[in-house]
Design a protein around this ligand. Structure first.
Ligand SMILES: Nc1nc2c(ncn2[C@@H]2O[C@H](COP(=O)(O)OP(=O)(O)O)[C@@H](O)[C@H]2O)c(=O)[nH]1
Ligand SMILES: [Mg+2]
Length: 258
């Protein structure tokens, strides 16, 4: 893959932004994204937000040809929002597909770094836990959950990546075409871990780039104890999955450089 193929202005790339009650963030986010990468397209996947984020997104899309909106009838979770968004992207000719939160924890200024890294990687992860990366304004509990969750996932999965639970990522379309999206059962943090794990098992090259991750300033987090529990259970389930284990064995025999 040659670097020349990656257009740093965002041509050929799509950012998927799932939203639930983000009306105070979304318009500013779209502006900030296009300031940094003027040609990038954005797909907002809104779950009929009670605060009217969906209608607001429609109004923006009506005057900006780079913005698209997918409406779902009710809150169905981040994981399925991304899976539907990936399907939408694959039906079109995007070469790079980003996952990005609406609340500015994923800062638009890093989009070019992720794109650049995608020149020689198939999946790029925004990474908080490497030099140059970090979190801001987090409570002790939130830090503990994130650090602990990453350590747990890394140990159980046996992956040498430093940030498995993050959700600021860039996929080459080949990754999304190859992994079986319909087989993904997880919803919250487990969804992020599962996607990366499946990409790894499919032999794709995974890179990490440092990001600073500030806490959201406006609106409510949808993080919950249920999501953390789901992640803990699903990580073990994934590791024990028979089909995936067979894939791991072949991978070891092939001596992939991971
Ligand atoms: N479409 C959709 N978006 C969601 C849902 N839950 C969360 N989001 C969005 O996913 C992103 C991350 O959610 P957030 O609450 O910030 O999670 P946290 O960062 O883990 O606390 C935000 O853009 C939310 O608006 C959902 O059920 N459906
Ligand atoms: Mg958030």
């Amino acid at each position: 893959m040659d670097t020349d193929n990656v257009a740093i202005d965002g041509r050929g790339a799509l950012v998927i932004v799932p939203t639930y009650d983000e009306r105070d963030n979304l318009p500013r986010l779209l502006e900030a994204i296009h300031e940094v990468v003027p040609a990038i397209h954005v797909l907002v996947v809104d779950d009929n937000s009670p605060d009217g984020t969906g209608a607001l997104a429609d109004a923006i899309a009506a005057r900006d040809p780079r913005v698209f909106v997918m409406h779902r009838p009710g809150k169905m979770g981040l994981g399925t929002a991304y899976i539907q968004g990936f399907g939408w992207a694959l039906a079109r000719d995007y070469r790079f597909v980003f996952e990005m939160d609406a609340d500015f924890s994923h800062q638009p200024r890093y989009l070019p770094d992720l794109l650049r890294a995608a020149a020689d990687a198939d999946l790029v992860l925004g990474c908080r836990y490497m030099p140059g990366g970090g979190t801001e304004d987090w409570t002790f509990m939130r830090k503990l959950v994130s650090r602990g969750g990453n350590l747990y996932a890394r140990l159980v999965m046996g992956l040498r990546l430093r940030d498995l639970t993050g959700g600021f990522k860039c996929f080459r379309r080949e990754v999304l075409e190859t992994i079986d999206l319909s087989a993904i059962g997880s919803k919250g943090y487990a969804f992020q871990i599962e996607l990366t794990y499946r990409a790894y098992l499919a032999g794709f090259r995974i890179a990490e780039v440092p990001i600073i991750f500030p806490d959201r300033r406006v609106g409510q987090s949808k993080m919950s104890g249920r999501i953390v529990r789901e992640a803990m259970i699903n990580v073990v389930k994934l590791r024990l999955d028979k089909g995936l284990r067979a894939r791991r064995k072949t991978l070891r025999h092939e001596h992939r450089p991971h």
